[in-house]
Design a protein around this ligand. Structure first.
Ligand code: NAD
Length: 307
């Protein structure tokens, strides 16, 4: 059996289309949503993500600006910027790109963002609301995954879901959303005993651990739906050839730019067991950005009492 490949990019394109229509409607009321992205330091992956978010925002008509601060930015300087953006009535959404340099405590700065402008859904108020089953701003990656599962007609009520990874960004909010939809949810992490055995119970398996191809076929129940959140750089041509035999495109990427991106799931092997699977790239990544755009428009509407 070869699993159906779930097209996250297509679902994301649909969401972006709907957001663009929302933005056009808001413009008719004289409102153009505005997103401010704060980037500290020069992490290359963060730069790529921030550029992609800015481009996607512009494409749907959202005004987006990036504050690129040097890695040596002090806590006081970052605090000042966030407070300034909180106070600026023209700003709808604030996104603090993670990770921050090690001398800056991410949690302290996420706590500082106005919850009404918290388009990433990381402020404790929004986290609490999500876990109470009355979501406000839902973190973009898990929100996008729920849209994908719905678009693919994946039933959740009464089914077993296993979330691999317990981060604040993906694992925990993902578990809360699946629970709210009446799945029976298990969260696994680096200290889970018999990881493969627990994962094998899942009707829906979401992998978000940041370990290239760790989820092998033995983690997957035949007929399960597998969502691969991981984004991992693999530079070893031998490993790429083993994970993607015969994939000349990936081999070419490693030769040309030194790496290829792979997920947390061994796509080639798991595809033979699962009923449906997301690819990397082109699966969850585009949905994350679409979720951010949606949250930004939501913030713009709510702040003006339009929702
Ligand atoms: P994180 O490092 O914050 O958390 C990783 C989690 O995985 C932890 O809870 C840890 O306990 C668990 N873990 C680590 N190694 C494990 C192991 N060997 N066995 C079992 N559990 C293990 O990571 P994160 O921010 O949640 O991101 C996870 C992955 O998803 C990364 O590859 C990241 O790049 C990717 N990501 C992708 C998107 C997207 O849009 N596609 C968005 C966010 C994160």
């Amino acid at each position: 059996m070869s699993a159906r490949v779930m097209d996250g990019a297509a679902v994301a394109a649909r969401i972006r289309g709907a957001v663009a229509e929302d933005v056009a409607r808001l413009s008719g009321h004289g409102v153009v949503p505005r997103l401010e992205v704060v980037l500290v330091g020069d992490d290359p992956a963060s730069r790529v993500y921030v550029a992609a978010k800015g481009k996607a925002a512009h494409e749907v008509g959202i005004r987006a600006a990036t504050h690129a601060l040097p890695a040596a930015t002090t806590a006081e300087e970052l605090r000042e910027l966030i407070v300034q953006l909180n106070c600026n009535g023209d700003v709808d959404g604030i996104l603090l790109q993670l990770p921050l340099p090690s001398h800056l405590n991410s949690r302290a700065f996420l706590d500082l963002v106005d919850p009404a402008k918290d388009v990433d859904g990381f402020h404790p108020l929004n986290v609490g609301l999500l876990h109470q089953g009355r979501p406000s701003f839902v973190p973009c990656t898990p929100a996008g995954i729920m849209e994908l599962l719905d678009a693919e007609g994946v039933g959740l009520s009464g089914r077993r879901a296993v979330v691999l990874g317990r981060s604040e960004i993906v694992g925990k909010p993902m578990a809360a959303l699946l629970l709210a939809r009446h799945a029976t949810v298990t969260v696994c992490h680096s200290r889970t005993a018999d990881l493969a055995g627990v994962c094998r119970q899942a009707d829906v398996l979401v992998a978000a651990i940041g370990k290239a191809a760790l989820v092998s076929a033995e983690f997957v129940k035949p007929g399960a739906v597998v969502v691969d959140v991981g984004i991992n750089r693999v530079e070893d041509p031998g490993l790429v050839a083993r994970l993607y035999p015969g994939d000349e495109g990936r081999r070419g990427q490693v030769a040309k730019r030194g790496y290829t991106l792979v997920g947390d799931v061994d796509f080639t092997a798991v595809r033979e067991v699962a009923a449906a699977i997301t690819p990397v790239p082109g699966g969850v990544g585009p949905l994350t950005i679409a979720g951010l755009l949606r949250n930004t428009v939501r913030a713009a509407r709510r702040r003006r009492g339009m929702e």
